[in-house]
Write a protein that binds this ligand. Structure first.
Ligand code: MRU
Length: 360
């Protein structure tokens, strides 16, 4: 990931053993790196969305469990920290996957070895995550190349994305954005329509910032613009990330994803979902019935954060006092609306057979 031309990872381990992450609440206006050294700090960073994005939650959660074992390597401490960390964000399944990986890796070890073993697993999760996303990028790049070949010379491939599924949501590269970065780096003309993604504006504040830092041309649009753009043939394909995919291929992602999939389906625009294997929940089939949808605080709907002309961060109210709100963080796109899944092992149909074929 490039910030002002310098390559970074979104999470790094410090010589002290703590981790440093970007506090994403302040982006794009302020670049604040923060250090996390305890399980409670990791849990708070996840819960309050200093850090976010399904794969990154997994990495921060894994380190959190390692830090808990440094303080107290007992079974009781392991169970308590597991429960606390898991409860922070209920929808993205990668967090559960990482916490389970740590528990499996340490539970039969002597207590004296547990913390080191947990932190070694956390490190591996981060390194593997980067390789996985590069593989997702290479597979998705093929799709963009094919579309570029069919375009008149000089015309960019127009890609619509929702929320932030770039490097800020992972350790590096991202999922949905990895193919876009690779295409751009290879000199293929790409242009991205970035959904603002209310209520927290991950598109406006995070995806736009990432793309700007990498030099990828983009246009920021309000959430409701996607349908219009697709009706007017302004979008060649959609690529989004995901927080959980069921064994049948239903896709849970940031609220509003479903509406984009409907519009894409109605207009014959391919709708792709990019994901690593850690996002698949093999224990469930029916996304609508079985995925817990996180409900988030009232003030995310009634208020909005931004920077004033004087350069100060400010939170302003955008509705009447005491408005009743509903704030569902995610929605489920049924598999039938998904053209295909872009995984680290290849591009597969969003079906039980497609998923099972690759991962068994
Ligand atoms: O609530 P957030 O910002 O954590 O939601 C993130 C998303 O919906 C992403 O698109 C998803 O986690 C995929 S990230 C590679």
């Amino acid at each position: 990931m490039k910030i002002q031309g310098v390559w970074h990872r979104s999470l790094r381990e410090d010589p002290s053993g703590a981790i440093t992450i970007l506090d994403q609440r302040w982006l794009p206006h302020d670049l604040r790196w923060v250090q996390l050294a305890t399980a409670d700090q990791c849990a708070e960073a996840i819960r309050a969305m200093w850090t976010r994005g399904a794969p990154l939650l997994a990495a921060v959660g894994a380190y959190g469990l390692g830090f808990a074992l440094q303080d107290d390597p007992s079974d009781r401490s392991l169970t308590a920290a597991y429960t606390t960390l898991l409860s922070t964000r209920p929808t993205a399944v990668n967090l559960r996957w990482a916490l389970d990986a740590i528990v499996q890796g340490v539970r039969d070890r002597p207590e004296a070895e547990r913390a080191n073993q947990a932190l070694a697993i956390a490190r591996d999760i981060c390194d593997e995550e980067v390789e996985t996303n590069q593989a997702i990028g290479r597979h998705g790049l093929g799709l963009i190349k094919d579309l570029a070949m069919a375009k008149p010379p000089g015309q960019p491939v127009n890609i619509l994305t929702h929320c932030n599924a770039g490097w800020l949501a992972t350790i590096d590269w991202g999922t949905a954005l990895a193919p876009i970065y690779m295409a751009h780096d290879q000199g293929i003309a790409v242009h991205v329509y970035v959904d603002e993604t209310r209520p927290r504006n991950q598109g406006a504040s995070l995806t736009a910032w990432e793309l700007a830092n990498h030099g990828v041309p983009f246009t920021l649009v309000v959430d409701n613009a996607g349908g219009h753009l697709m009706q007017h043939e302004q979008v060649d394909l959609c690529i989004v990330g995901t927080d959980r995919v069921t064994a049948n291929g239903d896709v849970c992602n940031k609220i509003g994803t479903y509406l984009k999939a409907l519009a894409a389906n109605d207009n014959g625009v391919p709708f792709y979902v990019a994901l690593p294997y850690t996002t698949i929940d093999w224990t469930i089939k029916d996304g609508l019935a079985e995925i817990p949808i996180e409900q988030r605080p009232h003030d995310e709907v009634t208020h909005i954060w931004g920077q004033t002309a004087a350069g100060e961060m400010a939170n302003v109210q955008i509705t009447v006092d005491n408005a009743t709100t509903a704030n569902y963080g995610f929605d489920v796109t049924p598999a039938r609306l998904v053209t295909a899944l872009i995984t680290e092992r290849g591009i597969i149909p969003a079906t039980a057979e497609g998923l099972a074929m690759l991962y068994t």
